[in-house]
Design a protein around this ligand. Structure first.
Ligand SMILES: [Zn+2]
Length: 545
């Protein structure tokens, strides 16, 4: 990201966006002036061990904050006299706040405190993943800022969102005129402050696009300094083609790529991350800037529609219902569902398919597709359950948890040097359905299970994958590091006790060991509990030209 003055002809929107950046500069310029007034810090974090986000070894240091900035990182004790607040971090780790590159922020205006995220230590969350996000972005960002946020948020512009606005759920390539309208919308999203474009090529209507369409739109984002994050077209049997397509888009559009929530779905593909990671390495060797993000679980979560052939979903659920009344079409839809249950998200066993949120039958939440088949008196097999899958979609859909990822792949992908940690979690609060535990536990789970208990990563590298790496990917030069002058997004945790507590059975549980979280210098979690402060900002990317 390059900060530069707005052109004289800037629109009101551009001016708003640049005022935010100007504010950051004022913050940094004012630091020396304030320092002359004495050592009255707003916050001093005392006696902790700093893991600074760069990956370098930890060191003992005190950290002082004034306003929204880290103003001192000192290996000798900092004088706390006059400090507004002193946090005793002895025995604990002081790290940059975690940056979540894949967040389902959709409930943000209803849950602006974002407690399920900040209590994991997340201080900046990137929304708009998987091809869908708010649009128009500028107006949404303004309402989010007014809502009073518990963390910082940023956005991607979604390909599916843009395509649906121009073409609805049509199953075809765009006309030249439609493609041009999509390009304009992507440019608008970028000019409003998006950090790049996301696709969800496994979902409709993104599935109906060809690679050349995505390349054309990714070029628009690339020209403004954006990145491209890809929910691949296939993560099961077609995984290699899916990874290959994302790499092609990176090469053709000359855009940095993130393979988001990277995994290998279904038993037939277990172990194949060896090959996908080799594809990433060889793309990078050719100069294509490909990175990865990952959540640390062996189950995915997405809508039940993912079990239905995408062609059958064209033009919406009423069209699906119509097709189901045609015997030949019904037969081929159900055969497609059976195939997905056997070879893709179903993992060959309908006990692996668990209901998350089901608005039309809450009793199903937490139960499996196998349970539902038994309840309904149909054979608990892929064949018996296939009509139920379509029925669920026609009832309004359901959010599903698919237990179809191999632990060996999780560890191998995590250990790869280009992999960052991201939750793919949706903001939630206790009592709301049966969310994937990643919504509460992603970052503590990596630090507890994979760093401390299994030794897959060192603590320094684990933190780096949550902080410095994603900050760099986003071009955020002022976040993701514990250094003087950086914005004071900080988390203080106990490396001996940090752990996720949310499980697939009991997901609504906050993590352990995350004691204090500061967002823009203000504590939002203190002593393990949420405070009343809402210092979060909408962070806008400044397009490069
Ligand atoms: Zn996704």
């Amino acid at each position: 990201m390059i900060h530069h003055a707005p052109p004289a002809t800037a629109t009101v929107r551009r001016v708003t966006c640049c005022l935010t950046i100007a504010g950051l500069f004022i913050g940094s310029l004012s630091t020396p002036a304030l320092a002359q007034q004495g050592d009255a810090y707003d916050v001093v974090i005392r006696g902790g061990t700093v893991v600074d986000g760069s990956g370098r070894p930890r060191f003992r240091a005190d950290v002082a904050v004034r306003g929204d900035r880290i103003v001192r990182v000192s290996t000798t004790p900092i004088d706390t006299r006059g400090a507004q607040r002193v946090i005793d971090a002895s025995g604990r780790i002081v790290a940059p706040g975690f940056i979540d590159l894949h967040t389902h922020l959709e409930p943000l205006l209803r849950l602006p405190a974002a407690e399920s995220h900040v209590r994991q230590g997340v201080t900046l969350a990137l929304g708009g993943p998987d091809g869908s996000g708010p649009f128009p972005l500028a107006a949404y960002m303004d309402s989010a800022q007014r809502a009073g946020l518990g963390l910082n948020v940023a956005y991607l512009v979604g390909h599916n969102t843009v395509r649906e606005r121009v073409m609805g759920l049509a199953n075809r390539a765009p006309t030249a005129e439609e493609l041009e309208r999509m390009r304009v919308l992507v440019a608008q999203g970028m000019d409003d402050g998006a950090f790049g474009m996301s696709t969800g090529l496994r979902y409709i209507p993104g599935f109906y696009s060809r690679t050349d369409e995505v390349v054309a739109l990714a070029r628009v984002a690339a020209a403004r300094g954006g990145i491209y994050t890809s929910h691949l077209r296939e993560e099961g049997l077609g995984l290699f083609e899916g990874v290959g397509e994302a790499i092609t888009i990176g090469r053709e559009a000359r855009i940095p790529v993130v393979l988001t929530h990277h995994k290998a779905i279904g038993r037939a593909m277990w172990g194949q991350s060896v090959r996908t990671l080799a594809m990433v390495d060889s793309a990078r060797a050719q100069g294509i800037d490909v990175m990865i993000d990952q959540y640390p679980y062996t189950a995915s979560q997405t809508g039940i529609a993912v079990l239905i052939p995408p062609w059958a979903l064209a033009n919406g659920d009423s069209a699906l219902a119509r097709r189901m009344r045609d015997p030949a079409l019904r037969d081929s839809i159900l055969r497609g569902v059976i195939d997905f249950l056997l070879n893709d998200r179903g993992g060959g066993d309908i006990r692996r398919v668990q209901f998350g949120q089901v608005s039309w039958q809450r009793a199903l939440e937490g139960r499996t597709l196998h349970d539902w088949a038994v309840m309904r008196g149909v054979p608990p097999t892929p064949e018996g359950a296939a009509p139920l899958v379509v029925e669920a979609q026609l009832n309004g859909g359901a959010s599903m948890i698919y237990h179809v990822i191999d632990e060996g792949d999780v560890r191998r992908i995590m250990a790869h040097p280009q992999t960052m940690i991201a939750s793919d979690g949706r903001l939630t609060s206790p009592g709301e359905g049966q969310p994937h535990p990643r919504a509460y536990g992603t970052f503590p789970r990596v630090l507890g299970r994979y760093v401390r208990d299994l030794g897959v990563l060192s603590l320094e590298i684990g933190v780096h994958k949550m902080t410095g790496m994603p900050a760099t990917r986003l071009g955020l030069t002022e976040r993701g590091a514990v250094v003087e002058g950086a914005i004071a997004d900080l988390v203080i945790f106990d490396a001996r006790t940090v752990a996720d507590r949310a499980t697939f059975e009991q997901p609504h549980q906050y993590a352990a060991g995350i004691g204090d979280v500061l967002v823009n210098g203000i504590p939002v979690v203190s002593g393990g509990a949420l405070t009343a402060a809402r210092p979060g900002r909408v962070v806008r990317h400044v397009p490069t030209r």
